[in-house]
Design a protein around this ligand. Structure first.
Ligand code: HEM
Ligand code: HEM
Length: 186
């Protein structure tokens, strides 16, 4: 259902820092993944860059403003499950910021990246050097991250189609069309 207001009447949703964070994170995670078997030092630097970005994102999730705050989009289990049910019934509400399903995915992505970097760092320490269990966990989490990223991009595409908007473009420009009924909605 198209619910646009006047065509040029757009709302600025994603701050420059959220957009820079997003594409830098995607690049560093992809870099760490693609370089995992060949260029070890670049693999490690890309992984550390990813986790540094995650730490910065957590800070402005708590202390930032507007749509970037976790309080704006992280919901409890029942609200998240209810939203997933609404998606299945194709009647989910459009959110200007992240929707509850996107919110739980973001928490999952950030935690998984942090754990991958932690286990990666552990492999470089004297205590866990050559420890096959840590290596196995690192690889398992990295494979899990690939699954999450595929689900994340699928979710973005499904939400874009469902609400007839280009969410990828919004993550580049920052602008989205408002919800006419509630311009300050989540
Ligand atoms: C390794 C790859 C990726 C990771 C780790 C990742 C992670 C994230 C995170 C953490 C957010 C939340 C942004 C924030 O509030 O700070 C997000 C949002 C978003 N991502 Fe990604 N992303 C990845 C790849 C992609 C790709 C390839 C696309 C494009 C198809 C994409 C499109 C988006 C969009 C459109 C949003 C905003 C969703 C919404 O409107 O609620 N992401 N992503
Ligand atoms: C988002 C971040 C990361 C991703 C996606 C990732 C992914 C991977 C993957 C898929 C492998 C397995 C490669 C293979 O099959 O041989 C690997 C191996 C490895 N990673 Fe990472 N990694 C990340 C971060 C890090 C960090 C921060 C470090 C350390 C500073 C690190 C250290 C290592 C090491 C030492 C191995 C080699 C294990 C072996 O001996 O085979 N990784 N990583």
């Amino acid at each position: 259902m198209r619910t646009a207001g006047p065509p040029n009447h757009l709302v600025y949703v994603w701050s420059l820092r959220v957009r820079l964070f997003h594409w830098a994170l995607a690049t560093s995670v992809a870099g760490a993944w693609l370089l995992s078997e060949d260029v070890r030092w670049l693999h490690e630097y890309s992984g550390y860059a990813a986790v540094a970005l995650v730490v910065v994102r957590i800070l402005f999730g708590f202390f930032g403003t507007g749509y970037e705050r976790f309080a704006n989009f992280v919901r409890g289990p029942s609200a998240t499950l209810a939203y997933l049910g609404d998606i299945a019934r194709r009647r989910e509400r459009r959110h200007l910021g992240h929707n509850p399903a996107g919110g739980i995915m973001i928490v999952g992505l950030l935690c998984t990246i942090a754990l991958i970097a932690l286990t990666g760092w552990m492999m470089t320490t004297d205590t866990f050097w050559g420890d096959e269990r840590v290596e196995a966990i690192h690889k398992l989490l990295a494979n899990g991250l690939v699954v999450l990223v595929i689900l994340h991009v699928t979710g973005v595409l499904v939400a874009s189609l469902s609400h007839r908007e280009n969410l990828v473009r919004a993550m580049i420009t920052g602008w989205k069309r408002p919800n006419p009924d509630d311009e300050r909605s989540h």
